[in-house]
Design a protein. Sequence first.
Length: 222
Amino acid sequence: MKNNSFSILILIVIGVAAYFIVQTLRSTTQAATAPFQAISEQNQAMQTQVANLLHPTPTIIPDPMTYINEIRALARLETIQYSVEKVITGETGGGTFQTLFGDKILFVGHGTVIAGIDMEKLKPENMRYENGVLTVNLPPAEVLVATLDNEKSYVYDRQTGVLTKPDPNLETLVRQRAEEEILKAAIEDGILEQAKVNAESYLTRFFAALGFPNTIFVNDPG
């Protein structure tokens, strides 16, 4: 029994000694490799920095300022507006067999026509100041806007023959014709003449405010 106890004691001592030897070797190895590990980490960091320099990652930073590259002033002096209503009838396949093959639309069109002066056409040579009088050769009045108001325009009635289908292009053609007739009606009613009168009245007050109380307007095409 004493021999067995002695043998166990020897094994325990040997095991403890081996444990301390392993821990000592591990600490020595870590201490020895620590400088190399630090150098390796620095090398990797340097490689990362070099890679970032050679292949930089794009960084998107929006500029808080908004730059307007181009501003175009539409120097249009709108001096009169017409609101016009026209009733237009459009039909296809009329005649004797209208009830069989015909297609008919009754369309009510509402439109707006605006006229005035395009002030971009007024050049320095079109204005002359002599003896206290400012002479202005205005560009001719013109229609600036002529459009159909689709919200107010509508198909009042449509009749299609029993043996045919509605013509898909008929309403489009009727709308186009309504817009043409609205423009024609405004011109025939004298919208351009009234636009010219209104423009001269407005510009007279405008030039007076600028210090030119005596202004006359001429209509010289040249």
